[in-house]
Ligand binder design. Sequence first.
Ligand code: DCP
Ligand code: MG
Ligand code: MN
Length: 344
Amino acid sequence: HENTGKAPTNNPNARTIEVLEQMCKYYDQMQDHWRTIAYRKAISSLRTHPTRITTADEASRLPFIGARLAAKIEEIIITDRLRRLDAALAADPADAALQLFLRIYGVGFTQASRWVGQGFRTLSDLLANNAKLSASQRIGVEHYDDFNARIPRAEVAQHGRVVRAALQRLDPAVEVIVGGSYRRGAADSGDIDLVITHATAGLPYLRTVVFETLVPQLTARGFLKAALATSHRNDGGGTKWHGASCLPPPSPQVWRRIDFLLVPPDELGAALIYFTGNDIFNRSIRLLASRKGMRLNQRGLWRDVGRGPGRSKTAGGTLVEGRSERRIFEVLGVPWRMPEQRIC
Ligand code: DCP
Ligand code: MG
Ligand code: MN
């Protein structure tokens, strides 16, 4: 099995997508918002296309791909690269290092730039020298190729089944929904996003089951390989867990990034909207909510949200709907969109 980070995947347009993603990341860093959005839309469009695109003409018939992007796609197919991207990287070797570091789990722009400023240029530079790495970042470096490889859809589903089976042995009323790009129908995903909820019980119970039983159990079994981060709610309890998982042989021994989102049943609809994305869709539906005087977050749709001094949002407001995904769309006056259609 190939393990080079070069997207071991069945997607017929994998290589084209890979190069477009690098270009897109470059434009994102350059804060070229228009090109970033154009590339993202083109990538989404290409990702869901079932056959290999081989000419500019074919490319321009896909949604969200105009003449210029179609020409770029043809250039990738013919030359396996983009001159524009090569030029951007050649112009500045530090920039190539920045791109490299930005793809490490848990590393953002500030950290990556700091390392570049300190003279680090490669992953081994970071490990060998005295770059200050958090424990999670070190795992991110050590499993760089694994974490940057795309995960085939079937494998995402398999990880979901492992977690679901383990949870339902503990409590049959626990439910696991595979969210993220998988729920949007993607042929391959960057990570595995699992929404974990319960028919009736709330967060305290879910935390006990997941953090005190599930995680230790699946770690002991060798399925969970590392815990990377836990994010907390105002009450201090965790609701989101980041880690790494790997199926037993004969599956490829690649560590995958896996996320658990713990969701009480009365927030399931809002959490599903959030965790299904994509992120741009989330931004636009939230903006729409705020234009209607409401607020949508991953816990629910709210109205009468107070504004503190300096327009800062204060907590509170009245919950309009949290449980039903469809009902949230209805209240917002947005026609229902299947997860597959939530690509912006
Ligand atoms: N999300 C968001 N804003 C962010 C990050 C995430 O709204 N800045 C939401 C929308 C995403 C979901 O969380 O769809 C899961 O996040 P991922 O980073 O896992 O993104 P995807 O699953 O969409 O794509 P990928 O295949 O790269 O994992
Ligand atoms: Mg994901
Ligand atoms: Mn994720």
